[in-house]
Structures are given as structure tokens and as C-alpha cells.
Ligand binder design. Structure first.
Ligand code: WQD
Length: 345
């Protein structure tokens, strides 16, 4: 099958990785997935095939396993690039088990970059996060804003990994890299076949909303309404996961086609619009017609008050712009929750 070439997606059975795999396949790439299934399920591969008609080749192993990774690179000398999602990502959990987060998120990054150098793979897109900004002094926040001390080991691994990538490139390695700083990804593919699949009690807002609406959770707690925001609840820049996935295609093609301006680049991937927790709840209720059972409780430790992206550089340089609305995000999240529960594996 003649394709545009092979792209490795690490963490490809995960939430953003699976949506990016679908978009890559739709754009004519052959996708290889490495995932250890520590926070995702193998049936997502079937769902990707169901959506695209093409089954990505799936390698189940941990990126900490250097010999397995080396064999993978030897088996695939013609990789056009790597999009690296695989990481532990729960803010609260990272405070409880920091050593796991530091080993898992940093050593896997080092292993990948060493493999790229050895096997002459040039193009690397890294899944970073707006969490590197902490609470910005000025909003909207742009890519030149100062990096603040991380609020959690998770956030710190994102900062360190950006520097590991930048310093590896700066040392003269034949690697070009782009770090995409995501804001808050929510929603699901229009098919309702893939979506966010948190293990246990969700940390993030939207899966907690949809599980409450479905009746799995008794009540949604809103962590504080005494912030210095219009309705008192925290503001975030929520972005539809499909818009986010499409940004990865633009980024990896920027590198493959040598359109990058520097060998290390950083882009905010958000919508540029901020919505409060209560506004997200109202969007969900309006679009689904479901009254949500929620209660205002105290603030959650580690939460910043408000953040949303200055998307100017990303829009101009990448020629990419988020298109989907907050209502489409709510509705697609709800459709996925219903489909997943009704066809539970
Ligand atoms: C959003 C808002 C909560 C749950 C983190 C990471 C980020 C990314 C996404 C990994 C906050 C409020 C939440 C709930 C609530 N990481 N909330 N009740 O914390 O902005 O970002 O997750 O994927 O890097 O930093 O996302 O969805 O947890 O919270 O009121 O039950 O919703 O207080 O204001 P967050 P979130």
C-alpha cells in the first residue's frame, strides 16, 4: 500500500494518540503504535480500524525497555517521524508517586531521542502542556511567556522534557523538534467510537461530567466558585481533541517538508477562548438537555485560576486554527460516553 510514509505514534491507544492516529491515517500515513496499555485499552486499535478501514501496526511494550525499542527501530529504518504521547499524566497522582513520573516520563524521552540519533530519524513532535506556564501574569498567554515553577511532578516532567529535546537538538543531533503546548483537550471523534477513557475516578472535568450524566458518578463537585473570575469558577481554554489531533499532522508535516524556521519550535495549541467550569456545565446541559447534579465545594490544591491561549503564533506559523465549539465538545463527549457504556467491552 503506497502511503506518505511511516509515522511512529507512542501512546497511540490513548486519548489524544488514538485521535491523532485516525487523522494521520486519513492523511495517507502508515501509523505504527507503541503502547504499554498502562492507561488505555487494546480494543482502541479495533476502533481505529473501524473508523479508517486501516489497522495500525501495534507494538505492545514499554519505552523503558531499550532492547525492545532498539529492535523496533531496526525493524523500521524508514520511519518519517515520531509523535510522542506516551507518558503518565495525572497531576494529583504525580504528587503521590513522583519517582514513577520522573522515571516513566523522562527516561522514555531519553530512550526515544537516543534511538532517533542512532537510527537517523529526524522528525519529532512532543506532547507538551500549558501547565508549563503555571498561572501566567498576562492573559492570553503566548509562547514567550516565562516558564513558572511547576505545580506538580507531572508538570515538571513536561518542562524538563522540553529542555531535553531542545538541548539534544542544540548539541548538533540531526533532529528537528516541535513541542505542542496543549491547553485542555476534551470531546471525542464524531463517530463516538474513540474518546477519553480515564481509569477509575476521573481527575478531569469533562469525563466527570459525562459519567455523572450517565449515572456512574453521584454528583459533580465544582472545585471553588470564589476565584477572581466573572462567575467565580476557574477558566480554561478547552480544545476539541480532533482539532488538537489535526494540529499534530500540521506539525509533523512542517518538519517532514523542512518548513520549520528553527530546529526546535514551540506552539500553543488552544482555541484562544476561555470558559469557566460553570460555563462548561451549562454548555453540556444545553446541548444534551440533561440537568447535571453538581455542588460547589472548596478549591482543589494545585489548580490555577485562569488560563487561555494566545494562538497568534500557532495560527500564523502552522496555518492551523481550532474550529470546533464548546457545544460540539460537550456533545461529542456525551455521545462517546453513551456509546462506550452501551457497548462496554
Ligand atoms: C479543569 C477545571 C478544575 C474536575 C490538567 C493538567 C493538564 C492536562 C489536563 C493531562 C479546573 C475543575 C475538574 C472536577 C472541577 N493534563 N474541575 N471538578 O487541571 O486544567 O489540567 O488536566 O491531561 O496538563 O494540568 O484540567 O479537567 O482537571 O480541570 O471543578 O471534578 O475543572 O478545578 O478548574 P486541568 P481538569
Amino acid at each position: 500500500m503506497n502511503t506518505k510514509g511511516k509515522i511512529l505514534v507512542t501512546g497511540g491507544t490513548g486519548y489524544i494518540g488514538s485521535h491523532t492516529t485516525v487523522e494521520l491515517i486519513n492523511q495517507g500515513y502508515e501509523v505504527l503504535i507503541i503502547d504499554n496499555l498502562s492507561n488505555s485499552e487494546a480494543f482502541i486499535i479495533d476502533r481505529i480500524e473501524q473508523i479508517t478501514g486501516i489497522r495500525p501496526k501495534f507494538y505492545e511494550f514499554d519505552l523503558l525497555d531499550q532492547s525492545r525499542l532498539s529492535s523496533f527501530f531496526e525493524e523500521n529504518p524508514d520511519l518519517k517521524g515520531i509523535i510522542h504521547f506516551a507518558a503518565a499524566k495525572a497531576v494529583g497522582e504525580s504528587v503521590d508517586i513522583p519517582l514513577h513520573y520522573y522515571r516513566n516520563n523522562l527516561v522514555t524521552m531519553i530512550n526515544l531521542l537516543e534511538g532517533m540519533k542512532q537510527h537517523k530519524i529526524e522528525n519529532f513532535v512532543f506532547s507538551s502542556s500549558c501547565t508549563v506556564y503555571g498561572q501566567p501574569d498576562k492573559l492570553p498567554v503566548n509562547e514567550h511567556a516565562p516558564i513558572k515553577p511547576a505545580e506538580s511532578p507531572y508538570g515538571y516532567t513536561k518542562q524538563v522534557n522540553e529542555n531535553i529535546l531542545k538541548d539534544t537538538i542544540g548539541s548538533g543531533a540531526a533532529i528537528k523538534g516541535i513541542a505542542l503546548r496543549y491547553f485542555n483537550p476534551i470531546g471525542a471523534h464524531d463517530s463516538g467510537l474513540i474518546g477519553e477513557l480515564p481509569r477509575g475516578v476521573p481527575n478531569n472535568l469533562m469525563p466527570f461530567i459525562t459519567q455523572t450524566a450517565y449515572g456512574i458518578r453521584e454528583q459533580l463537585r465544582v472545585f471553588g466558585d470564589d476565584y477572581n473570575t466573572p462567575d467565580g469558577s476557574c477558566i480554561r481554554d478547552y480544545i476539541h481533541v480532533v482539532d488538537l489531533a489535526k494540529a499534530h499532522i500540521v506539525a509533523i508535516e512542517r518538519l517532514i517538508q523542512h518548513n520549520n524556521k528553527n530546529n526546535f519550535e514551540v506552539f500553543n495549541i488552544g482555541t484562544g477562548n476561555g470558559f469557566s467550569v460553570l460555563e462548561v456545565i451549562h454548555s453540556f446541559e444545553k446541548t444534551t438537555g440533561i440537568k447535571l447534579n453538581y455542588k460547589i465545594v472548596g478549591r482543589r490544591a494545585g489548580d490555577i485560576e485562569q488560563i487561555w491561549a494566545d494562538t497568534t503564533i500557532g495560527n500564523q506559523e502552522l496555518g492551523w486554527k481550532a474550529e470546533r465549539s464548546i457545544d460540539e465538545m460537550s456533545l461529542s463527549a456525551w455521545k462517546w460516553e453513551q456509546n462506550y457504556r452501551n457497548t462496554k467491552q
